[in-house]
Write a new protein. Structure first.
Length: 278
């Protein structure tokens, strides 16, 4: 059996009695970082009597057969450094292999940065999508935002404090400056804070170089935002008055809270079609 257990994301008091019991009684524990596990155990006053295995992104594939062999006969506790294993953390490959091998998989639920940030955001929670960590490279980040420009559900992302400003600036370009969003930092910790506003507001806030782990939550596209094609005529009208294409697209997209890249592409397609007709 595999037991996936959520660990605190900041506040040690969030460690559940079931987690403490499992850590105390387990004979085998697979941890993202065994040093972090030992630190957690020490902080909770737990003396581990388990055989420890490291299970991280660089060795998970190599560990599968070893851990599954044990899990056939004995429970193996699986933990990450914070939150639930497999959710933007190691464990997915192990769980997939366990399911394929008919090894039972169960869970000890607990703290979640995704759900915590979503709950306090004030944005719709009935439907949402978790997109994991944003890409490190700007080009890849902008492509991701562009691909989500018509996503109607609330979107949740992880980001580091070192890139939060650049990511918010990219979101403004692809999703529109007036899209509602929040950034939650240091969730469950002493200096927990959630900044709310438009993406443009959050860009200004991020210039103060906030610290701590970040969760970015962005509102989904509204019906009016999805109908980007309706804005093409407005851009063409500005072009007829002598405006430059990029400036016209930026002005109309920002005012409508629409995707700049989508609108730009549609304008090019319309102009090409009009030229062919001519």
């Amino acid at each position: 059996m595999l037991i996936l257990a959520a660990t605190p994301i900041g506040n040690l008091a969030d460690a559940s009695p079931r987690l403490v019991e499992a850590m105390t009684q387990s004979k085998f524990i697979a941890a993202e970082d065994t040093r972090s596990l030992l630190k957690l155990a020490n902080s909770l006053g737990i003396k581990l009597n388990a055989r420890l295995f490291s299970l991280h992104e660089h060795n998970e594939g190599d560990r599968l057969s070893q851990i599954l062999e044990i899990a056939q006969d004995e429970p193996v506790l699986v933990v990450s450094d914070a939150g639930m294993p497999t959710v933007s953390d190691p464990g997915f490959l192990l769980v997939r292999a366990a399911v394929a091998a008919a090894v039972e998989v169960t869970v000890i639920p607990g703290p979640s940065a995704v759900l915590s940030a979503l709950a306090v955001s004030g944005l719709p929670t009935d439907r949402f999508t978790f997109e994991g960590f944003l890409p490190r490279k700007q080009g890849d980040r902008r492509k991701m935002f562009a691909s989500l420009s018509r996503e109607p559900r609330t979107m949740v992302f992880f980001e580091s404090p070192h890139r939060i400003l650049e990511s918010l600036q990219d979101a403004v370009l692809e999703l529109g400056a007036d899209r509602a969003a929040t950034v939650s930092r240091e969730l469950t910790k002493k200096f927990e804070h959630t900044e709310r506003g438009t993406l443009k507001d959050l860009v200004e806030w991020a210039k103060s170089e906030p610290k701590g782990e970040m969760v970015l939550v962005i509102a989904g596209a509204q019906v009016a935002e999805v109908q980007v094609a309706d804005l093409v005529d407005q851009v063409l009208a500005l072009l007829a008055d002598g405006a430059k294409l990029k400036e016209a697209v930026a002005e109309i997209a920002s005012a409508a809270g629409a995707s700049k890249s989508d609108l730009y592409q549609l304008v090019l397609e319309r102009r090409k079609a009009d030229n062919n007709l001519g």
